[in-house]
Design a protein around this ligand. Structure first.
Ligand SMILES: Cc1ncc(COP(=O)(O)O)c(C=O)c1O
Length: 432
């Protein structure tokens, strides 16, 4: 398929969205497409255009859209009631499954979104340590809280460790409570931890930052430093949890934090996220376990929602089966190789950055190891390449291919052909 035709009905929806939604959308994705439905590794827009889907709901649909086992689990729960506020069996079973799977998880507290999970993880780290400052890494994405938005994607990065707020409306004082270090630079992190260790409540890191894998020794070094200084280490595993391995990036890279934030896959496509961690830290959610002034109350109307928990549990059941991760990694490797050969073959200097379950191309001849080297990429070329792929029935985010267990041989073939076509057109446009 090349070229997309839009029906009057979809165009009318896009117009309505412009009228009633700020910037014409939900704040997440391009507002020029309205998705009607998804099945396995594909989605369809309201005009009936079909796409191989590498957006995957921004990651949660790891086993594919409308997976029959997830659908059955959800449909079994819905007639029994959809939310109770009180404990429910499905939520308890999901918590048990998470504790069994995730190395750092002695206990789990449910919330509804990844932003909340990182927000509370930072809060209980501070409560535990009795210090206010958080060390985070430039370009690390931890959701939308005031803390998380410090140097998330700064247009004009400051000198380390000065934080730059990436949103209006954040109290100026928050900036002083967050220190920023470059990802994959253990030496700088070590010197900051040594200098500010006594003020630090926690260190938060995406173990795989956006697209960038940790250099060998980086996570191990952070673990050793934080242990030495008694500072809680938080892994943000909202993306990597159950994507890189059944136990997440902490299993995959073999480094166990004190706390982690989980989301996306564990809700099976429903709003569910969690803070998980060591007993002593999770105790701050339990007023009977800590002193009154160390208690961190946490309440959420939909926490442990039984429909979301049923979807999450059914997803985890599928992921436990032998061969699942091998299949996802094999799919990812094929796509990474095809992407590289299409673009390099067309004469572009590119880096394919990531791990097989999550990667993208960066148009640069420089190696990519942190936020600033990611900025070396030619964003205009990437945008154009993505647009050419979209016209060829490939849906993806601006800078990520999320790979799914449901992507089959036909999806892979279609995508590899689209890579070739789009790369050839990009090359011909460059000549003009
Ligand atoms: C690493 C990471 N942390 C936190 C979040 C925030 O999660 P949510 O969008 O569910 O609030 C995201 C969202 O993409 C993420 O990628």
């Amino acid at each position: 398929m090349t070229g997309l035709t839009k029906t009057e009905a979809e165009l009318a929806l896009i117009e309505t969205a412009k009228r009633v939604l700020p910037a014409g959308g939900f704040g997440n994705f391009a507002s020029d497409v309205v998705i009607r439905e998804g099945r396995a590794g594909r989605v369809w827009d309201e005009s009936g255009n079909e796409y191989v889907d590498f957006l995957l709901g921004s990651g949660p649909m790891f086993i594919g859209h409308a997976h029959p086992e997830v659908t059955a689990a959800v449909l079994a729960q819905v007639p029994k009631g959809t939310t109770f506020f009180a404990n429910n069996a499905t939520g308890i079973r999901l918590a048990e499954a998470l504790c069994e799977a995730v190395p750092c998880a002695d206990k789990v507290r449910f919330v509804s979104a990844g932003s909340e999970a990182t927000f509370y993880a930072m809060r209980i780290a501070r409560a535990h340590r009795g210090r206010d400052k958080i060390l985070k890494f430039e370009g690390g994405f931890h959701g939308m809280s005031d803390y998380a938005l410090m140097s998330m994607a700064p247009k004009r990065p400051a000198n380390f460790p000065q934080a730059v707020p990436d949103s209006a409306g954040i109290p100026a004082k928050v900036r002083d409570e967050v220190l920023i270090a470059p990802f994959n630079d253990l030496e700088t992190a070590a010197s900051l931890i040594r200098e500010y260790g006594d003020e630090l409540g926690g260190v938060i890191v995406e173990p795989f930052q956006r697209l960038v894998p940790p250099k060998p020794g980086f996570l191990e070094g952070l673990r050793a430093l934080t242990t030495e200084h008694g500072i809680p280490l938080i892994f943000d595993e909202v993306v990597t949890g159950f994507r890189f391995a059944y136990g997440g990036a902490q299993s995959y890279y073999g480094v166990t934090p004190d706390l982690c934030a989980l989301g996306k896959i564990i809700g099976g496509g429903f709003p569910l996220a969690a803070i998980a961690g060591r007993e002593e830290l999770m105790a701050h959610f339990d007023k009977d376990r800590v002193a009154e002034d160390a208690f961190a109350p946490q309440i959420g109307t939909l926490s442990g929602n039984p429909v979301a928990a049923a979807a999450g549990l059914a997803t985890l059941e599928v992921l436990k089966r032998p061969g699942v991760y091998e299949q996802v990694f094999a799919t990812g490797r094929q796509l990474m190789a095809g992407l590289e050969s299409a673009l390099a073959g067309a004469g572009f200097a590119v880096q394919i950055v990531g791990e097989p379950p999550l990667f993208d191309v960066v148009f640069t001849d420089q190696s990519v190891q942190d936020y600033r080297t990611t900025l070396n990429g030619d964003a205009t070329l990437l945008r154009r390449f993505n647009a050419l792929l979209r016209e060829r029935g490939i849906l993806k985010g601006e800078s990520k291919y999320y790979v799914s267990l449901a992507h089959d041989a036909a999806d892979i073939r279609h995508t590899l052909d689209a890579f070739q076509d789009a790369a050839a057109i990009l090359k011909s446009e460059r000549r003009r």
